[in-house]
Design a protein around this ligand. Structure first.
Ligand SMILES: [Zn+2]
Length: 173
């Protein structure tokens, strides 16, 4: 896990807990020049997310580990682990951005499958192929019971109580 903080004025801080090591990378960019400082401290495994504060005397990084707090000062291009709790009166917390391991690929939401003019989607199951559309939504509307009658001779629809076809005159059953 890596946390990144934007310290302003072209400065950025990356804090990483690799095993029991705390890796601090402090980068500053000014007038086209880039300076990078890195420090590795053996502070153990973090028990909480690190915190960064802006104080009147530089930046203070706070790391929770081994049931205590460690304070690291970033001041005038030097990173130093403090032996005592620094004075943080009026300190401003700098927001940290958590950066997940880039190795793990992000899961993409399931998209409808498409192949040429064919598309398919699940729930409800639906399939399109050109003009053909197959839908497997559970439909209860079976062909409603029809009372229609048709003439056996010409196929014209006739009334229930007709005795002869109105089209061709065939006697109906
Ligand atoms: Zn008929």
């Amino acid at each position: 896990m890596t946390y990144i903080a934007n310290l302003g004025q072209g400065q950025s801080l990356a804090i990483e807990n690799a095993g029991t090591q705390t890796l601090i990378t402090w980068e500053s960019r000014s007038a086209g020049q880039q300076q990078s400082q890195q420090m590795s401290l053996s502070l153990g495994k973090w028990s909480a997310s690190p915190m960064v504060f802006k104080t009147t005397s530089g930046f203070i990084l706070q790391v929770e580990s081994n049931q205590r707090s460690y304070y690291v000062r970033l001041q005038s291009n030097s990173i130093s682990l403090l032996s005592e709790v620094p004075l943080m009166l009026g300190a401003l917390e700098v927001p940290l951005r958590y950066v997940a391991d880039s190795k793990a690929p992000e899961m993409k939401p399931l998209e409808p499958l498409r192949m040429g003019n064919m598309s398919m989607r699940m729930e409800p199951m639906e399939m399109n192929m050109g003009n053909l559309n197959l839908s497997m939504a559970t439909s209860t509307s079976q062909s409603s019971h029809s009372t229609s009658r048709f003439c056996s001779q010409c196929g014209r629809e006739v009334k229930e109580d007709d005795r002869f076809c109105s089209q061709c005159g065939t006697k109906l059953n």
